[in-house]
Write a protein that binds this ligand. Structure first.
Ligand SMILES: [Zn+2]
Length: 136
C-alpha cells in the first residue's frame, strides 16, 4: 500500500509538472467502484489496485486524473490534455472496460460487504459538487 502510494504520487506530480498544474495531495485507498478521482481543490485519489494492472493502465489513470486538474470535464480539450500526458489512451480504456470491474472486487472477503459500504461511499468525492469521479 505504501509502495502504491509512492508510485502514484510520484507519477502524478511528474505529469502535473508537464502541464503546469499542481497536485495538492495524493490519496490511495481501496475503492471498490472507481480507479481514481480528482477534487476541485486538486486532491487526487486512486485505488491501490492500480498496481495490479498493466503499467500502461496505471499510467493512463494517473494521466486522466491529472488532466482533470486543468479540465474538470470530459471535453475535447480534456482528452487532448490526456493524450499529452499518457501516450496511448485507447488501449488502457478498453482494458479497463474488459477487466476493471472484476479487478476492483478482487480479493474481497464477501462477508462484510453491505454493512460498511455506506461509510466508504460518504467519504468519496461527489462528482456533482466537489469534483470528479470515474465510472469504469
Ligand atoms: Zn474523468
Amino acid at each position: 500500500m505504501a509502495e502504491a502510494r509512492r508510485e502514484l504520487a510520484e507519477r502524478s506530480r511528474a505529469k502535473a509538472a508537464l502541464i503546469g498544474a499542481r497536485v495538492a495531495a495524493v490519496t490511495v485507498r481501496d475503492t471498490k467502484s472507481r480507479w481514481g478521482s480528482c477534487s476541485a481543490t486538486g486532491r487526487l485519489s486512486f485505488s491501490w489496485r492500480l498496481i495490479l494492472t498493466p503499467e500502461s493502465v496505471l499510467d493512463y489513470v494517473v494521466g486522466h486524473e491529472v488532466a482533470h486538474l486543468r479540465e474538470m470535464n470530459h471535453s475535447q480539450r480534456f482528452w487532448t490534455l490526456c493524450a499529452q500526458l499518457t501516450g496511448d489512451v485507447r488501449t488502457p480504456r478498453l482494458w479497463l472496460k474488459a477487466n476493471g470491474a472484476r479487478l476492483l472486487r478482487y480479493g474481497e472477503g464477501g462477508g462484510e460487504g453491505g454493512g460498511e459500504g455506506g461509510g466508504e461511499g460518504a467519504e468519496m468525492v461527489s462528482p456533482a459538487n466537489d469534483g470528479h469521479a470515474e465510472t469504469p
